[in-house]
Design a protein around this ligand. Structure first.
Ligand code: SAM
Length: 283
């Protein structure tokens, strides 16, 4: 199928994340520290797949991509390492079905690194759309508790599992541990294996700061995907701020605001966009 895209900017935050999720996802989903905006998942699925086709998310978290896929009449399969999020993704899918979603969805526990060597083997070369967002910078994560004590951060981790990509060392792994980059490269190789010849792999990611320094995660993803034998088809921008007439309405996380206001990083910009990277197999 050909992509039905007309603009390279998607305004996906006209409503806050909370409003987008209200009634459509279980309240327990709030505990996941880095969920995709439902509107972003919807736009990607609508533009890059057809009704009845399969959408796969190899790191599905609470199942946003799966829920939006089944509401749009697609089939959906999600893989997630952490049992807690698998259970939540499955429960969110049940809720979607109860609300009339016509597609079928499944969330399963697994390590996405195994997509390259056996996991979901039966789908090799058959998946029309893979849509996912890898774990990224902890500076944006978590909920806030205020009260008599100083501000407290909670729900700011996916888990304490050392195999979770978010816990892997950024560069070189020590004591036999792979680095984040090595693990991600394996996952991308697995995605390439499952992708149909004319399928799309869409990764969404935003740049973030680590110890004050800007990390170009989308740029890293682009390079890793190329090294995995995929070709960049489109690079779009999902606006994480609202649009009101000629004004942009910022929607930063508490921790972004806190960092900016502390002044520790001179002229720090609030990240108000997410890169949407669309890859294909070379012809
Ligand atoms: C950015 S979150 C995805 C959030 C999801 N899109 C949502 O809306 O809830 C990345 C997810 O990847 C999961 N993850 C990390 N390492 C993984 C691995 N090796 N295999 C599968 N999932 C993994 C994390 O536990 C986390 O839930």
């Amino acid at each position: 199928m050909s992509a039905r895209r007309t603009l390279s900017v998607w305004p996906v935050a006209q409503q806050t994340a909370r409003v987008q999720r209200q009634g459509r996802y279980l309240p327990a989903s709030t505990a996941h520290p880095a969920k995709m905006l439902p509107e972003l998942a919807r736009q990607a699925i609508a533009a890059y797949s057809d009704v009845g086709e399969l959408v796969l998310d190899p790191m599905c978290g609470t199942g946003t991509t799966l829920v939006e896929a089944v509401h749009l009449g697609r089939e959906a399969i999600g893989v997630e390492l952490e049992p807690r999020w698998v259970a939540l993704a499955a429960a969110n899918l049940t809720l979607a079905r109860d609300q009339g979603a016509t597609g079928r969805g499944l969330a399963t526990r697994g390590d996405a690194r195994r997509l390259a060597d056996g996991l979901l083997d039966q789908l090799a070369g058959r998946v029309p759309l893979i849509l996912s967002s890898p774990p990224y910078g902890d500076s944006l994560h978590g909920q806030v508790r205020t009260g008599p004590k100083p501000v407290e951060q909670y729900d700011n981790r996916y888990s304490h599992n050392p195999d979770n990509l978010a816990q892997l060392p950024r560069q070189r792994g020590r004591r036999g541990r792979p680095s984040f980059t090595t693990a991600l490269a394996e996952i991308l190789a697995g995605c390439r294996r499952l992708l149909a010849a004319d399928g799309f792999l869409i990764l969404t990611a935003r740049p973030y700061r680590r110890k004050g320094e800007l990390v170009d995660l989308p740029g890293q993803l682009e390079q890793l995907a190329r090294e995995a034998g995929l070709e960049l088809h489109e690079r779009l921008v999902a606006l994480l701020c609202g649009l009101r007439g000629t004004e942009l309405v910022p929607r930063p996380s508490f921790f972004q605001m806190q960092q900016q206001r502390s002044g520790a990083i001179p002229r720090m910009l609030l990240i108000a966009h997410e890169d949407v990277l669309v890859f294909r197999k070379p012809a």
